[in-house]
Design a protein around this ligand. Structure first.
Ligand SMILES: Cc1cc2nc3c(=O)[nH]c(=O)nc-3n(C[C@H](O)[C@H](O)[C@H](O)COP(=O)(O)OP(=O)(O)OC[C@H]3O[C@@H](n4cnc5c(N)ncnc54)[C@H](O)[C@@H]3O)c2cc1C
Length: 295
């Protein structure tokens, strides 16, 4: 494990993590990292942005991967299980990892109590991230709520690889729109839609997306954070014959493929009526757009 080389984060070898053979996948460099909190501040009435200093192995996390966070006790008490959080940013040069999280129940209320200098116990990086085809020229990202956190590093990654990125950021209200500046700074063309303006409605959004596709066709599609956006993108991807991926959320236990608490049904292949069951934590959380079943 690379973490042993790093002085500022006490880390532990995840020796009891499932092996590749246990999990039917490739070996992954998963470890429990003691990360130092640098920033943990509100971005609006619901979400907070946390930046931690992390060992090299953690800061190499890829877009779509997540960490399973041990949450300190908060106002609603302590939590037994860790809480999964997407990588909002990871910088192997600065050795930082970022999270953008909504304060909801006991776990995230506990996370919100962390102060700069405190230690965050983060297990990861976990899961399979996005795999953007090398030839991608125009990527469409549809993000809502938590999906903003998950898709944000994919936008930056795609631009760095020379792709054009059109991003739709959807929120209940303008006050809850997050990260638009960050996405623009990364090089994405950002279109904001909100429930309060009425333009987040899938029918209106569909018209906008068709227009964009007619101007410059999308050749890869990704979405996260909304079932309605998933269904819309599946329909358009099917019609346009454009592939894509989606990252999904699911309550999970171990986060490493062992406990099967996060199993969900998926189509065996695009268009198939046959279902298969996959672990969101290990086989995902990023899945083929057309194989994902809506909920
Ligand atoms: C792979 C993955 C990545 C995630 N990334 C982010 C992220 O970047 N930012 C973020 O804000 N949230 C993210 N989530 C959701 C986050 O894990 C939950 O919001 C968190 O576990 C809530 O814990 P809690 O103790 O605060 O609330 P709880 O008291 O456990 O729950 C509060 C509410 O959240 C719902 N909830 C709890 N866990 C989940 C879950 N896993 N999926 C869906 N709903 C849930 C509950 O049903 C309840 O309504 C992610 C989830 C997954 C599976």
């Amino acid at each position: 494990m690379t973490e042993a080389l790093l002085p500022y984060c006490a880390t532990h070898d995840a020796s009891d993590a499932p092996t590749a053979a246990d999990c039917g996948g490739a070996a992954r460099d998963i470890a429990e990292h003691a990360c130092q909190v640098l920033v943990n501040q509100p971005v609006n009435a619901e979400y907070r942005h946390m930046v931690v200093r992390a060992p090299a192995g953690a800061s190499l996390a890829q877009p779509g991967q997540f960490f399973h966070l041990a949450c300190p006790p908060g106002a609603s008490g302590s939590t037994f299980l860790r809480r999964p959080m997407s990588v909002y940013g990871a910088d192997p040069v600065r050795r930082t990892v970022e999270f953008l999280y909504k304060v909801q129940g006991a776990g995230t209320q506990g996370l919100a109590t962390l102060q700069p200098g405190d230690t965050l116990d983060a297990l990861g990086p976990l899961g399979s991230g996005f795999s953007l085809p090398d030839c991608t020229q125009h990527l469409l990202l549809l993000a809502r709520g938590v999906g903003l956190a998950t898709l944000s590093p994919l936008a930056a990654h795609a631009v760095a690889r020379g792709a054009r990125v059109t991003a739709v950021l959807s929120a209940r209200s303008k006050a809850l729109v997050m990260s638009a500046q960050r996405w623009r700074a990364a090089g994405a063309t950002v279109h904001i839609v909100t429930d309060e303006d009425g333009d987040s409605d899938p029918l209106q959004l569909e018209a906008y997306l068709r227009d964009q596709h007619a101007k410059q066709p999308f050749d890869f599609l990704s979405t996260c954070g909304s079932n309605r956006l998933l269904v819309l993108l599946q329909k358009l991807g099917n019609e346009w014959d454009v592939a894509g991926q989606t990252a999904i959320e699911q309550h999970m236990g171990c986060g490493m493929g062992s406990c099967y608490a996060c199993v969900r049904p998926f189509r065996e292949s695009a268009g198939s009526d046959r279902l298969t069951f996959r672990r969101v934590c290990w086989d995902g959380p990023v899945f083929d757009l057309q194989e994902t079943t809506s909920w």
